[in-house]
Design a protein around this ligand. Structure first.
Ligand SMILES: Nc1ncnc2c1ncn2[C@@H]1O[C@H](COP(=O)(O)OP(=O)(O)O)[C@@H](O)[C@H]1O
Ligand SMILES: [Mg+2]
Length: 256
């Protein structure tokens, strides 16, 4: 379980805090989607969990342990991190990219190789075809699959994902999010997934946490948000997929 208690981040020199007194608990094996407009504090919140950003105040507990007192390196080892734009090392092969953390941890070579092949298969890239290629020889979607495999390499049980598929074409993106939802369940992961796309949020999330101007406006299941939005902002946001579907149906009716 991940517990954020009164978490605030005020970057030095900035005006209002980027995240204000945020309380949120994420259960084991939960898929939590963090949604909000650009600048609402999603990335800052995510990065405080793995301590890439230090909170100004508040507490964070991970599996009952005080995360702010823990060794950041040991803490991050329990967490996979995937962000937009795969961030692969261009001069390393796919297998070397995937195996980077196990190598740092000193795993024996045969174990790293077996784990790499297992992970490539998991993200549906045939190992014999892809392991010796370089990132530039892969499409954007395939590179993001490798980034996902790399994040999973050392068997983290928590996954932090910051708009991981945001830069991809819609079809590829749907494929990848469907695959990731399956992997989340199969591996029993706890996932915090940032997006600004409500359709993606509703399809993926067990619960959705809505942020606005550094505040957590509401958290609930997709149906809870639909049936009882906390305010007009949440109502508009949660109804976006339906509104778009209605507009599309209308446009098709009006089309010649
Ligand atoms: N390193 C930083 N220094 C100063 N301000 C920052 C920094 N990172 C983010 N911010 C500010 O904090 C706010 C929230 O940013 P961010 O967490 O990146 O939002 P989101 O991911 O929802 O787009 C924004 O106003 C942004 O400009
Ligand atoms: Mg962001």
């Amino acid at each position: 379980m991940i517990e954020l208690q009164g978490i605030t981040k005020a970057y030095p020199g900035a005006g209002a805090p980027s995240v204000s007194a945020l309380d949120l608990a994420i259960e084991d094996r939960e898929f939590l989607v963090l949604i909000g407009e650009s600048g609402s504090g999603k990335t800052t919140t995510l990065n405080m969990i793995n301590r890439l950003v230090e909170p100004t105040s508040g507490n964070i507990r991970v599996d009952g342990e005080d995360a702010l007192a823990a060794d950041p390196v040991a803490l991050r080892r329990r967490m996979g991190y995937v962000f937009q734009g795969a961030g692969l090392f261009p001069h390393l092969t796919i297998a070397e990219n995937v195996g980077i953390t196990p190598r740092l941890l000193g795993w024996p070579k045969p174990e790293i190789e077996a784990r790499t092949d297992e992970l490539l298969a998991l993200v549906r890239l045939a190992p014999e075809e892809y392991r010796n290629r370089f990132p530039r020889e892969l499409s954007g979607g395939q590179q993001q699959r490798v980034a996902l495999a790399r994040a999973l390499a050392a068997r983290p049980h928590i996954m932090l994902m910051d708009e991981p598929f945001g830069a991809l074409d819609p079809l590829i993106r749907d494929d990848l999010s469907e695959d990731y939802r399956r992997i989340h369940g199969d591996l029993g992961l706890t996932t915090i997934f940032v997006t600004h796309d409500m359709t993606e949020a509703m399809l993926l999330g067990d619960r959705i946490a809505v942020m606005k101007d550094g505040l957590l406006v509401q958290v609930g299941t997709p149906n809870e948000l639909l049936n009882a939005p906390a305010d007009d902002f949440v109502r508009a946001l949660i109804e976006t997929p339906k509104t778009r579907a209605r507009r599309l149906a209308q446009a098709l009716r009006d089309a010649p």
